[in-house]
Design a protein around this ligand. Structure first.
Ligand code: BDP
Length: 697
């Protein structure tokens, strides 16, 4: 009898384990009951809306839900009016978003008491895929591209492709994401040739019913590279005509094509400055080509040159003088921080500096600098901190969110982008918890005032809860500790990687472990960590005050004075703005050196704590996800230790002070770490340790 029941349990478990490979993301069928859906219209999108309701309804059994498309002034863009059994919107897409909201409320137990209007913060909520047409993904850690295969011969679209693209679109729609840039910002020009455009059309056709528009990264040198024109000067009539013809060709295939994303004159990419033209002249030329069809240009402000000028200042210096010169269908896409998606940066001063230009924030969902798909880092808290940062552009309360969502300045278009963390891994993102970052990006793009706590709670319930009304035991032993772990995870990563305003001290190329020492003689200075940490016998940190690069002057008062003064500068940004002495006294009463040591140590201890928290959840999670997360946490723990040991032993050569005796001693040798790093950058054995989807890729 005992043996029998064990077999049954095992059989049940293996079926259960398969179902829990993570592929279903936060969209799981849970004990749906029947529902009657009424809608006068029947389009592909409405059909999806109905099906979703029928598949997942958890309200009153046999209720009737009415879906109405009726314009209403209170409802903006993709927004909707929602009650327990009715959804009204301006468009089919609005209805679909309303359906996902209603189902989420049911599954997370959030009541809808009275009818509510729910409008999105941004008109365009876009994922940027850094996918190459050969199937690889720049800074991707979850397998190969879901859009592109390894060779040009395999441009043929399969049923498996289409199924996967629909699943992808559905996941996006469920959190309100309505745009996808299908190729890398470091663009390969071939994407604009007809063979590739046909595949783009096929993708667009699958994404369209879910309200997701496609965009492409366009290379500025395309007129020469594929058009055979001698120049790419944006004022040259032949060049202008080439882009107009290209836009026409694209829109003939894809009538709702979103537009272009352009990385120009940045890290070696071609651009208008190659012809002594400005970013505005380049962007406007492309914008004019897209204008007749309603397309937009997302022009990136990620520019810096190998000059002696502080890299953190350069984007501002190039773009602020151009304020007012851009067409209204150009949006300047600005990374959250002034340097480059580091674990912590102050917000880019471009937010709050341009009043006559639409700006869109760009955040990085893929964890290039935050432990790839190995570390558990919930990025929502980082984006929340950024969106809620006050720029003081129009007095107090001019948060980044308000400067970009149209509530402070009229912007013709509003948008936000996240660099995707999605690949062919069965669970899409490599780490089960990295799915929460895709989810969080969508939720914040829809509502930029949500709290990370709410987002984490929603995601945990949708992803791990077995029944809509889970027991209080589940809440206490799973929801609460796991949520806490997620909410602390980004600060923990900052602590064991780059605390107190340190930045850009990661290992070269891979950007995984520590590399504060990395500085080959012939390398561009601004690509080496010592340029950023400036450690010497006196102290550490980049002097960006009025006595240094004066980057502080790019911020409005009172931030300028606050950052400029070492006594008032928030300690989280101390070494970003100041070269502080090793014995500088911190608020805790400790010296800077000791404080640094405690931060690194605390970060490591926190990861150890996460391991304990996760181990205790074993009986609440299916085996497959439990074991994968457990093993990833072990790798994270080892890597956090390397960060701590590498950074402390390296900086100690300058501080010449002892590591406080009450914290754990380093367990790795500096020379060994440097040797390993130069020989083979530290990263886990495989980029993605997760099962791959069995596609024809
Ligand atoms: C850096 C990445 C690089 C990207 C670049 C960008 O290391 O791969 O191409 O940003 O955003 O963070 O263009």
């Amino acid at each position: 009898m005992k043996i029998f029941s064990r077999t049954v349990v095992l059989l049940f478990l293996s079926a259960y384990m398969y179902a829990e490979n993570g592929h279903d993301l936060w969209l799981r069928n849970k004990n749906a009951v029947s529902v009657n859906v009424v809608c006068a219209k029947n389009t592909a999108t409405i059909a999806i809306a109905k099906q979703e309701l029928q598949q997942d309804w958890q309200g009153a059994p046999n209720a009737s839900v009415v879906l109405t498309i009726k314009p209403d002034k209170a409802i903006k863009g993709d927004g909707f009016r929602l009650s327990q059994t009715t959804i009204q919107a301006n468009s089919d897409y609005g209805v679909l978003y309303g359906v996902y909201e209603l189902l989420r409320r049911q599954q997370t137990g959030e009541e809808i008491t009275a009818a509510e209007v729910v409008n999105p913060s941004y008109e365009r909520r876009v994922l940027d895929h850094w996918d190459n047409q050969n199937g690889t993904i720049e800074r991707g850690y979850a397998g190969r591209s879901i859009f592109w295969r390894s060779t040009k011969d395999s441009l043929v679209v399969t049923e498996a492709d289409k199924k996967l693209w629909r699943e992808y679109a559905r996941a996006n729609a469920s959190v309100g994401i309505n745009g996808s840039v299908l190729n890398n910002v470091n663009a390969n020009v071939d994407v604009l040739t007809i063979d590739y455009l046909k595949r783009v059309k096929a993708i667009a056709d699958e994404l369209r019913p879910y309200g997701v528009k496609v965009y492409l990264s366009a290379k500025f040198s395309a007129p020469s590279q594929i058009g055979g024109i001698k120049t790419c000067d944006p004022l040259d009539p032949e060049v202008i005509k080439w882009w107009k013809d290209k836009a026409k060709e694209i829109y003939r295939l894809i009538p709702d094509f979103g537009g272009f994303l352009v990385k120009a004159n940045s890290e070696g990419q071609p651009g208008p400055q190659d012809y002594k033209r400005t970013h505005a002249e380049g962007a406007n030329m492309m914008a004019d080509a897209l204008k007749p069809y309603g397309g937009i240009v997302m022009w990136r402000a990620f520019v810096y040159s190998a000059s002696d000028n502080d890299r953190a200042k350069q984007a501002y210096e190039e773009f602020v003088p151009l304020d007012g010169q851009f067409r209204d269908n150009v949006i300047i896409q600005v990374k959250n921080g002034p340097i480059d998606f580091q674990p912590r940066e102050p917000f880019s001063p471009l937010f709050g500096a341009m009043k006559k230009t639409s700006l869109m924030p760009e955040v990085q969902i893929t964890q290039e600098y935050l432990g790839h798909s190995t570390h558990l880092v919930f990025l929502s808290t980082m984006w929340e901190e950024f969106l809620k940062s006050d720029t003081y552009q129009a007095g107090e309360g001019s948060t980044v969110a308000r400067c970009t969502d149209g509530s402070l300045f009229p912007q013709k278009h509003t948008a936000i982008a996240g660099v995707a963390n999605i690949g062919l891994d069965v669970n899409w993102c490599g780490h089960h918890f990295a799915q929460s970052n895709w989810y969080a990006f969508g939720r914040l793009a829809w509502n930029n005032s949500l709290t990370s706590e709410q987002i984490a709670a929603e995601w945990i319930k949708l992803t791990f809860q077995q029944h809509a009304s889970e027991s209080s035991d589940w809440q206490a032993n799973f929801l609460t500790p796991v949520k806490q772990m997620m909410l602390e995870s980004r600060e923990a990563a900052v602590s064991y990687m780059m605390p107190l305003g340190l930045h850009h001290i990661m290992s070269a190329n891979e950007h995984y472990g520590p590399g504060p020492w990395w500085a080959p003689k012939k390398m561009r200075k601004d690509w080496t960590p010592p340029y950023y940490h400036q450690a010497d016998s006196i102290g550490v940190g980049f002097n960006r005050t009025h006595t240094g690069s004066n980057a502080v002057a790019q911020y409005h008062e009172p931030l300028y004075s606050q950052f400029d003064n070492i006594e008032t500068c928030p300690e989280t940004y101390l070494l970003w703005f100041h070269h502080a002495a090793w014995n500088h006294q911190m608020k805790s009463g400790r010296t800077l050196w000791s404080e640094l040591c405690y931060h690194y140590d605390r970060g490591v201890q926190q990861v150890r704590q996460f391991q304990k928290i996760w181990d205790k959840t074993e009986s609440y999670v299916d085996a497959e996800r439990f074991l994968q997360v457990q093993s990833k946490l072990r790798s994270q723990s080892r890597n956090a230790q390397l960060w701590k040991d590498g950074c402390l032993l390296y900086f100690q050569q300058f501080s010449k002070m002892p590591i406080p005796y009450d914290i754990e001693r380093p367990v790795n040798d500096l020379e060994e770490m440097i040797k390993n790093d130069t020989r083979r950058p530290q990263r886990p054995a495989a980029f993605s340790s997760n099962r791959q989807l069995n596609q024809a890729h």
